[in-house]
Design a protein around this ligand. Structure first.
Ligand code: F0G
Length: 463
């Protein structure tokens, strides 16, 4: 079924020219990049869908905020404005700016996690998992089973498997579970939303066993929009009311502000109870790692833009357009019979590369094959979310076999138009048409020991 495009609720005031290289030039560039899309120069990409993180277009209001940013080292006006915005939206007593999401994780997690402890999440993002492990703890994913099948359309595929969560807590021993983390939306499962009902059930379990509950809030506004569309209780609520209902359930949050708050850099930590004793530790670690409490690794101008972006990201008109873009693109793929994690998520389309390349095994990285083909086809940069990203077993050194072999088309916010989305859909359709001619994937010729997918070198496997 054709999906109608939701027109942009903004006009364009400034443009950034982009150029298309020829097919031959693209083939050379990707070879020179050792078939790793992270090694490409941004200007060699016509449509850059590598991530939706920090790639947002700011508004005229946010840019004027940049000019008003107060650069005082301590207690700047922009800091107070940001704290007020954070307290107002989330109803939390303590708000701490940091430079990005992983900084929030680094500053917060060691308050709860250490050797012998576990953290359980509906699904950890890779840096979040890394910070759990850097504390000496172990990270366990506990998403609902439906998330693992791209074709099953259920409204809240990002949910925590609450039954399994309780089993895990009992198996591990409640005192060994240092933290439960609810990631909204669930990025690793395809930007899939979590319902408020599921959040309440998870919070009730955490309360029963005395375990703190943290929200990984990178895409909390997109999540709230899905709740409004799909959860009966909230169909007449404002986005802000839904956000409050969600955050009321947790004790704290860590946030990469590079996504739903529409800025290019920034992060936040929030703690509900202003008397919570962990705040002292947060302040101390923030000063050591990030900078003084009132700027947390950001310039005053960044704090100011973030304070404005927090509100813009909650606009229902904007969110209807934003999710509308995903649905429009997904509609084109439905028409062409291309399988993706469905229903489509909030920040991108996660295409099932295993389905496009059924004969390419996980250890030849189908998600990476599709990403390379999309670049060659139309200069579109995407990334693998599959076995290539997952890497090797740290104990045996063997290649791990991921649950999914996705190629992620992450859509930057307020950046690309309907015509760009058409180019993306057409490129995918072309690659699918000639997919049977591609019989082999890639092998790794060099890799670093951790987070290899950012840096590894690959080479095509010949016949
Ligand atoms: N949590 C989630 C759910 C994320 O998606 C990310 C980043 C982070 C935490 C870390 O935030 O980058 O500001 O330090 N995700 C980006 C992505 C990088 O492409 O999905 P950060």
């Amino acid at each position: 079924m054709t999906v109608k495009y939701v027109a942009e609720p903004f006009r364009i005031k400034m443009v950034e020219p982009i150029k298309v290289l020829t097919r031959e030039e693209r083939k050379t560039k990707i070879k020179e990049a050792h078939y790793n899309l992270f090694n490409l120069a941004g200007e060699d990409c016509y449509i850059d869908l590598l991530t939706d993180s920090g790639t947002n277009a700011m508004s005229d209001q946010m840019w004027s905020g940049v000019m008003r940013g107060d650069e005082a080292y301590a207690g700047s006006k922009s800091y107070y404005k940001l704290v007020e915005a954070g307290k107002d939206i989330f109803n939390y007593g303590y708000i701490q700016p940091v430079h990005q999401g992983r900084a929030a994780e680094k500053v917060l997690f060691s308050a709860y996690l250490g050797k012998g402890k576990y953290a359980i999440s509906n699904m950890f993002f890779d840096t979040t998992r890394a910070h759990v492990e850097l504390c000496g703890a172990r990270a366990i994913d506990c998403v609902v089973a439906e998330a693992k099948n791209p074709s099953i359309r259920v409204p809240f595929k990002g949910n925590m498997d609450v039954k399994r969560l309780e089993e895990l807590i009992n198996e591990l021993g409640p005192k060994n579970v240092g933290l439960v983390v609810m990631t909204i939306t669930n990025n690793s499962a395809g930007g899939q939303p979590v319902s408020v009902a599921n959040m309440r059930d998870t919070a009730a379990l955490c309360k029963k066993y005395g375990i703190p509950l943290n929200i990984d809030a990178a895409r909390y506004a997109e999540n709230a929009y899905f709740v409004k569309q799909r959860e009966e209780e909230f169909k007449n609520s404002s986005i802000k009311e839904i956000v409050r209902a969600f955050f009321d359930c947790a004790d704290m949050f860590t946030m990469s502000a590079k996504k739903d708050t529409l800025v290019n850099i920034g992060g936040l930590i929030g703690v509900k109870d202003p008397k919570n004793e962990i705040i002292l530790g947060i302040k101390a670690r923030c000063i050591s790692y990030e900078g003084f409490i009132s700027y947390g690794g950001l310039a005053g101008r960044d704090l100011e833009a973030l304070a404005i972006g927090l509100y813009e990201g909650l606009s229902e008109d904007y969110l209807a357009y934003r999710i509308g873009q995903m649905e429009y693109l997904a509609g084109k793929l439905d028409e062409a019979g291309i399988i993706y994690q469905s229903p489509v998520g909030g920040h991108g389309v996660f295409v099932d590369a295993k389905e496009i390349f059924p004969n390419i095994p996980y250890y030849e990285f189908p998600g990476q094959v599709l990403a390379i083909e999309l670049y060659k086809e139309a200069g579109i940069r995407t990334c693998d979310i599959g076995s290539y990203m997952l890497g090797n077993d740290p104990d045996t050194g063997e290649q791990l076999h991921a649950d999914f072999e996705f190629t992620r088309l992450a859509i930057p916010r307020r950046v690309y138009t309907q015509a760009h989305l058409d180019v993306i859909a057409e490129a995918l359709i072309e690659v699918k048409k000639r997919a049977h001619t591609i019989r082999h994937g890639y092998k790794i010729t060099w890799e670093p020991p951790i987070l290899r997918h950012f840096q590894a070198y690959l080479a095509p496997i010949a016949d």
